[in-house]
Ligand binder design. Structure first.
Ligand SMILES: [Zn+2]
Length: 229
């Protein structure tokens, strides 16, 4: 039975969040649409985090070795010694992560993930959630995440992934937005539709290994990668 990695809750609500236009642009099968809807629209009744955020919370707990739930970890002495970089706000997880004393928030366009204004090797944890699909050069962005991590530090992130096909660029295709098309700016244009090979981007960026953390498959997965040296 599903348990919320953020607060420990066991009760969930579900709402469909995809719209027909996006499902068509993304060429989703009914089954794929259903699991993306669960990933984004099934949420904990207690803390309102969706499956995507819960998967990310789970990956952070696994990386740090904390027992969880995340809401308890962030105010613990162990979390107090960690320096964490959150790149763009990680949905409902952001207010939880901000409780960590060493929390730094980087938001586009003030901070560009391809070239961040931070020293090398200073963060214990770098986190982003459903951001990489909007980035022009994902491998470069992940390499920049690796650069700011100290050796032994972890990158934990989510990306919308269609697990039954390979990654494709949307270059040359009509513009697609994951936000509400009525109020989406070009900043939110989807550049890449990630598929089963999404892990190769992490290795190409210089990480030595990738872990795919699964709370529920394929609707709740998050990736983590450790900088070894
Ligand atoms: Zn919860």
């Amino acid at each position: 039975m599903l348990r919320c990695s953020v607060c420990g809750g066991r009760d969930f609500t579900s709402a469909a969040v995809l719209w027909d236009g996006l499902a068509t642009e993304w060429q989703l099968s009914p089954g794929e649409r259903a699991y993306i809807d669960r990933q984004q629209g099934t949420a904990c009744k207690t803390c309102a985090n969706n499956l995507r955020s819960i998967a990310l919370a789970d990956a952070i707990l696994a990386a740090t070795g904390a027992p969880g739930p995340l809401r308890e970890f962030v105010t613990s002495p162990a979390a107090g010694g960690l320096k964490i970089l959150e790149i763009n706000e990680a949905g409902m997880l952001s207010p939880v992560l901000r409780q960590m004393p060493g929390h730094v928030l980087a938001v586009y366009p003030a901070v560009d993930i391809h070239d961040m204004p931070y020293e090398t090797s200073i963060f214990d944890l770098v986190v982003h959630s459903d951001s990489l699909e909007h980035v022009a050069r994902p491998v470069c962005a992940l390499a920049e995440c690796r650069r700011v991590l100290r050796p032994g530090g972890w990158l934990c992130f989510t990306i919308p992934t269609i697990v039954g096909r390979l990654t494709r660029s949307r270059a040359g295709l009509p513009k697609s937005y994951h936000g509400n098309p009525a109020d989406s700016a070009d900043d939110y244009v989807v550049q890449t539709e990630f598929g089963a090979d999404m892990w190769t981007y992490v290795i190409e960026a210089g990480f030595d290994s990738v872990t795919i953390n699964t709370v529920s498959f394929p609707d709740a997965t998050a990736l983590s990668a450790r900088r070894n040296l």
